[in-house]
Structure formats: structure tokens, C-alpha cells
Design a protein around this ligand. Structure first.
Ligand code: SF4
Ligand code: SF4
Length: 205
């Protein structure tokens, strides 16, 4: 007699909008990429990441030091809505909210899949070891980096395939909602410099 199939995990069974708050929060993999400061070109709107971490980011855990009260300390930390995540160009390609919103599954290193919060660091996805403290940074323009916008294929493996929701076609887009970020607008010269700089083999500028 065949055994009953295990129920699908919540991120496959539910849309982002249908998730409970606890499920929603557990989607964050703790990579810290979205908590790096970003610069927006005033003229072209082009976005560049920096390695400078928000003042509330714990550089060891890559988690917000006061997530519940963060807006008190960092008023421009954005809490996303489903509509905002669909429009966001600053979410890293590895971000679970973005992946699900794009109709993709979670990768092997996501703590919900691996059962281990360290795999996001071991896979080379997180900001651990490559973020700069805000108070030590000086000019943000001196810390422009490309890696937060890239998928680290060497250790993380390829991006996950389409998400198969029960009762829905593979790859169907679902509305997303998401985390937080701080984006600062800067003169065109700074963002233009980011696009022109070479990167090392790890994708770092
Ligand atoms: S980029 Fe996405 S998964 Fe990573 S810390 Fe931000 S919200 Fe969480
Ligand atoms: S960007 Fe927001 S969530 Fe991230 S560390 Fe700063 S205050 Fe916390």
C-alpha cells in the first residue's frame, strides 16, 4: 500500500499573501544583503550596492540588531508590501521573497530547506566577512560592490527552478512582499563610477 505523500512546505503551498506572520518572517534567510546601503543615480536611476552595512546590522549574524523597533533608529528602512516587492529593483537575486515572487523555489542553502542557519553563510551568499561598518566607512562611494546583485554560483549552485504550487502551473508568478532596505540617492557621478569599476574573481569591487 503506498504511503501518503508528505504535505508541501508552506512556501510551496501558500502564496506570499496567504502566509502567517511567522511564516513570512521565516522566509528571510539572514543574508543581510538588503541591509547594505545602496546608491541611486540621480539622473539615470541606476542602482549600485555598497559594502557599507546599515548601522543596525549585526555583521556576525547578518541580522538586524533591533528588528521590531528598527524604524525608530532607521526611519528609511523600508517594509515592503506585495506591490513594493514586485516593483523593487534592489532585492538581491538570492532573496527568498524575490525568488518566490518570481515563481521560483527556495535554494538548498536556505535555512528552511537545510534546517541550518549557517548554510546561507557557508554558501557564500551572506554579507558575513565582507561588510563595512557604517561608522568606519567614510564616503559610501568608496565602497561600491557588485556581488550583492549576483548569484554566487561557485558555492551556492545554480538558481532554483520553478516553484510548483499544488494546483497551480509551474512557474506561475505570485505576488510578493518583502523585507527592508535603505536606498540613498546620490549624484550621477558616484553611481556611474560603480558601473565602470572592475571586479575581482569573487565579484567584489
Ligand atoms: S535579502 Fe531577503 S533573504 Fe536576505 S536578509 Fe534581506 S530580506 Fe532576508
Ligand atoms: S536595513 Fe532595516 S532591517 Fe536591515 S539592519 Fe537596517 S534597520 Fe535593520
Amino acid at each position: 500500500m503506498p504511503s501518503a505523500a508528505a504535505p508541501a512546505p508552506f512556501w510551496r503551498a501558500k502564496t506570499l499573501e496567504a502566509m502567517t506572520r511567522a511564516e513570512w518572517e521565516s522566509l528571510c534567510d539572514g543574508c543581510g544583503r538588503c541591509c547594505l546601503h545602496k546608491l541611486r543615480d540621480d539622473e539615470t536611476d541606476a542602482l549600485a550596492f555598497t559594502a557599507v552595512a546599515c548601522r543596525l546590522l549585526n555583521l556576525a549574524t547578518c541580522r538586524c540588531a533591533d528588528y521590531e523597533n528598527r524604524r525608530k533608529w532607521v526611519p528609511d528602512c523600508v517594509k515592503l508590501t506585495p506591490r513594493r516587492v514586485a516593483a523593487a529593483d534592489w532585492l538581491p537575486p538570492t532573496c527568498a521573497y524575490r525568488l518566490l515572487a518570481e515563481g521560483k523555489d527556495l535554494p538548498w542553502w536556505h535555512p528552511l530547506v537545510s534546517g541550518d542557519p549557517e548554510t546561507v553563510h557557508r554558501a557564500g551568499v551572506s554579507a558575513r566577512g565582507r561588510a563595512v561598518r557604517e561608522r568606519d566607512a567614510g564616503a559610501f562611494e568608496d565602497h561600491l560592490v557588485a556581488w550583492p546583485k549576483r548569484w554566487p554560483t561557485r558555492t551556492a549552485g545554480p538558481p532554483p527552478g520553478p516553484l510548483r504550487r499544488p494546483g497551480s502551473p509551474a512557474g506561475a508568478r505570485t505576488p510578493g512582499a518583502g523585507p527592508r532596505t535603505v536606498v540613498r540617492r546620490v549624484p550621477a557621478t558616484a553611481a556611474a563610477a560603480a558601473r565602470g569599476r572592475p571586479t575581482d574573481r569573487n565579484g567584489r569591487r
